[in-house]
Design a binder for this molecule. Structure first.
Ligand code: FES
Length: 224
């Protein structure tokens, strides 16, 4: 995909950070030495995108460059390198579907086929209803629960054709499913349940008991 095809043809004539985000920028910049302001380019691009309906107009690229004393092309290089940054409008639900080897081996082709069947879109496109956009991306770091997609800020894991269809239907109806494994796995525990730490000790009674699948997952993660 060329850089030009990633940038919206129609651009707003201006962009300014909100008063609230100006305060956030101040606190971000305080983390870096004054002559290393460019290190804040990703957080500032993220702020611009969140403020502007999940996409970054060129005027925001210019403003980030000016704020960080960077050349505009350097900021654009960063914005075009990372798939999490959108340079053209996207739907309310931005689906990043992982197609890298672990997800592919576990059925990411079925997930993408479902997205195409249900929404009529493939990578880089937005559905006719305007609600959904899809982009095929490289590994999102949740390979243990492959295949998976990221939708806006949330990961949905352990998908197959049917569960992807259900996920899309629920989102379309405004019923946002909880993030995580659609099979209910806790973290990355084995599908049949825990294979170690099969007992937990109740410190109050000094008795051991078998944890439920759910409790075991939480125990292993150090949760309550
Ligand atoms: S390969 Fe899909 S999350 Fe890593």
């Amino acid at each position: 995909m060329s850089i030009n095809s990633r940038i919206a043809d129609e651009q707003p004539t201006s962009f300014a950070f909100s008063a609230e985000n100006k305060k956030v920028i101040k606190s971000i910049l305080a983390k870096y030495p004054k002559d290393r302001k460019a290190s804040a380019v990703i957080p500032l691009l993220d702020l611009a995108q969140r403020q502007h309906d999940n996409w970054i107009p060129m005027k925001a690229i210019e403003l980030v460059a000016e704020t960080l004393d960077m050349a505009e092309i350097r900021v654009l290089e960063v914005a075009t390198f990372y798939t999490m940054f959108n340079l053209r409008p996207v739907g309310k639900f931005f689906i990043q579907a992982c197609g890298t080897t672990p997800c592919w081996l576990r059925g990411s082709d079925d997930v993408m086929r479902c997205i195409h069947d249900k929404l009529g879109i493939k990578s880089g496109e937005t559905s006719a209803c305007g609600q959904f956009s899809m982009l095929e991306v490289e590994c999102l770091g949740a390979c243990v629960n492959a295949p998976m997609v990221q939708i806006n800020d949330d990961y949905y894991e352990d998908l197959d054709y049917e569960s992807t269809a259900t996920l899309i239907d629920r989102l379309a109806s405004g019923d946002i499913p909880p993030a995580g494994s659609v099979k209910g796995r806790q973290g990355s525990q084995p599908e049949p349940g825990p294979t170690s730490l099969g007992e937990i000790i109740d410190l109050k009674t000094a008795k051991t008991k078998k944890p439920s699948r759910k409790t075991a997952g939480k125990t292993r993660q150090g949760g309550a």
